[in-house]
Design a protein around this ligand. Sequence first.
Ligand code: NDP
Length: 399
Amino acid sequence: MTNYPYLIIGGGMTAAAAVDGIREVDSTGGIGLISAELDAPYDRPPLSKALWKGKPMDVIWRKTENKGVKIHLGRVAKEIFPQQKRVVDDKGDVFTYQKLLLATGGKPRRLPFGDDHIIYFRTLPDYRRLRALTETGRRFAVIGGGFIGSEIAAALAMNGKEVVMIFPGKAIGDRVFPSPLAQFVSSFYRQKGVEILAGEEIVGLETRGNQHVLKTRTNREIVVDGVVAGVGITPNVELAQTIGLEVENGIVVDELLHSSLPDIYAAGDVAAFYNPALGKRIRVEHEDNANCMGRLAGRNMAGKSEPYHHLPFFYSDMFDLGYEAVGELDSRLETFADWKRPNEEGVIYYLQNDRVRGVLLWNVWEQVEAARQLIAEPGPFTAQDLKGRLPAKTPIPKP
Ligand code: NDP
């Protein structure tokens, strides 16, 4: 039996940030971390971005050494006994804690065919597997037009691969971008040589030698050397449910990131928290939330009582297109586009009941904080009020 004042279940970015948060408050208390992964904590964004642009592997590692944290890799926490403050893993080892953090993240949704022939891109082993395939493979299919699909398709194309993207929506990122911008992104990808099969669905996969044959709903066959999918994730809430924690599209936490049981906290992709600026409970699957929420959970586990009111931002790289965004980016909301140069530089505001709910900063930088303030303001806002409100702070590059 191992005793830890602080025990963290999960080994991702949230967990690494929680270690830092704990150490900001308590420099000595022992920290244990149980991770199903075989790799020590690493940053996930480079797996679909920087590592495909020639950045060295060492950019990804989170610094956990010299922080008094014992990392137990390749283990799955199987049972929690909240009364005894005890966790049992899949090897039968027992850990006790004073404060427990659930940073269990999410797992990729899987398609009902293809088994292990499809790379559901999320972890470092997934990156390694795809990298190895690109050594010999020439043509790749990317299923899904969301974050993973758009970033991996761009990464593969930038590495000289033929890429075909398949997704049921009308255009890349159409759940996030207003329709004209999503259409622009799709045509931008086409110009970069990516074949786009929008409004199409894969219904089966067959393997022939080293190749895969995907069958579409419209009876098309796509022959490729590798298949990657990003069709969303589901939060890993099962362990929380076994002990009766309140779960509602994620583990419900209060503003101090406590779950519904004493001394058990949750943070990151798996946690549903109330955001005062948006006036509702949200669950966020992006880096900034993992880092900020993980850190704050750590601080509160170590004795602070600081509320989590942060409205996380996110960003993406799609070839040379880039953006930052904050708040609720749902293309079903009313939108107002304030372009300086259409589709190249500008701000899109997402509105509901005359309030700004989300801001997309398209090739506009250093405005995330100002965007957050706008979202917190009660309004009402008209398009006229918003025009020119968040100008780019970087100089416009000369043509
Ligand atoms: P997303 O939710 O971003 O995208 C899911 C995509 O899958 C959508 O395009 C959806 O299409 C499509 N889809 C759903 N069902 C099918 C199907 N049967 N066949 C084909 N396509 C389908 O999830 P991802 O998997 O891309 O990303 C996983 C998580 O990782 C996300 O939570 C994301 O936030 C996070 N992430 C964040 C990044 C960032 O912040 N830059 C980068 C990478 C990942 P439709 O909309 O048409 O239903």
